[in-house]
Design a protein around this ligand. Structure first.
Ligand SMILES: CC(C)(COP(=O)(O)OP(=O)(O)OC[C@H]1O[C@@H](n2cnc3c(N)ncnc32)[C@H](O)[C@@H]1OP(=O)(O)O)[C@@H](O)C(=O)NCCC(=O)NCCS
Length: 150
């Protein structure tokens, strides 16, 4: 059964390796370790036998901020990202968050489509927010979902 569980320090090597496989400008193991140490909501999506994905969410008062989400390359396009994000929304609503915010690179079509499908709306744009292939910078869209229905 696919379920979400807390990320542990034993997961960090797999998480960082998976991140390198799916993102050009990947977080290193140290950033995930710092997130655990900071008390952010760090979760692993697993099927009971193996890890399928990972996510980091920071909560500030009644705002949740998605800092990272990834589904292992071999597991993508199976509906897991949508399932995971919906679970995270429910968890954050239960933790008292009223809104869920995230940033996504304008060129990250899979993530953008996922977020739109899950009810996130674009509320702003940050110029040259992310490093881009070829040494340039890429804008980020700021997106928000109201968690009151969760
Ligand atoms: C973004 C990501 C988490 C999506 O995970 P996933 O498990 O593949 O997503 P799902 O299978 O649940 O797909 C949900 C919807 O997202 C969109 N989507 C997912 N992958 C897509 C792709 N490669 N191209 C276009 N749309 C895509 C589609 O709308 C899809 O619905 P559909 O399959 O019914 O058309 C995954 O692609 C990933 O880990 N990417 C690398 C890390 C990353 O970019 N994270 C986001 C940082 S902001």
């Amino acid at each position: 059964m696919t379920r979400m569980r807390p990320m542990r320090s034993e997961d960090l090597e797999w998480v960082a390796r998976s991140e390198r496989e799916i993102r050009e400008f990947a977080w290193g193991e140290i950033q995930f370790a710092d997130s655990l140490a900071a008390g952010h909501l760090c979760r692993i999506l697993e099927d009971g036998q193996k890890a399928l994905g990972y996510a980091v969410v920071m909560q500030v008062l009644d705002e949740a901020h998605l800092l990272n989400i990834g589904i292992a390359r071999a597991e993508q396009r199976k509906g897991l990202g949508a399932f995971f994000l919906e679970q995270l929304c429910e968890q954050m609503a239960q933790s008292g968050a009223a809104s869920f915010f995230l940033e996504v690179a304008v060129g990250n079509a899979p993530a953008l489509r996922l977020y739109q499908r899950l009810g996130f709306e674009t509320i702003g744009r940050r110029k040259a927010y992310y490093p881009a292939t070829g040494g340039g910078r890429e804008d980020a869209l700021v997106m928000k979902r109201d968690l009151s229905g969760c």
